[in-house]
Design a protein around this ligand. Structure first.
Ligand SMILES: [Zn+2]
Length: 124
């Protein structure tokens, strides 16, 4: 375990109250933060804030990938920067992904755990 800046006592800049650790969720992304219990001022962990920016950039990026015929299947390459990012965030458990023919012209790949399956079933 490395030493984290949030392990230190952090005092609120506005009122001097000791800030408390919390987790914030932004677009499905968890960010560590400290929040002032008195005036609700908050500081997001700088590392997480950077990661979040990377996430937003990747999310909006469109990749053009080629389809290749491999045996009886078509293969597409998933850009390494996406997979690496998910691995870093431990959002990807193994090499199995769920693929779904969502609608004409659209396939989805699911790297997540059970939770997403439930969402899918609800939509039916
Ligand atoms: Zn405060």
């Amino acid at each position: 375990m490395t030493h984290d800046i949030f392990d230190n006592t952090i005092l609120c800049q506005k009122c001097g109250t000791k800030m408390q650790k919390a987790q914030l969720e932004k677009n499905g992304f968890l960010l560590r933060a400290v929040i002032c219990p008195k005036c609700s001022d908050k500081i997001i962990h700088p590392v997480d804030e950077q990661e979040y920016d990377r996430y937003v950039n990747l999310k909006n990026k469109e990749f053009k990938v080629k389809m290749r015929l491999v045996g009886n299947s078509y293969a597409v390459s998933i850009p390494k920067e996406i997979v690496s990012f998910m691995e870093e965030q431990s959002r990807m458990m193994d090499n199995m992904v769920r693929l779904c023919f969502e609608e004409m012209g659209r396939l989805s790949l699911n790297f997540g755990e059970e939770e997403e399956i439930k969402h899918k079933e609800l939509r039916k």
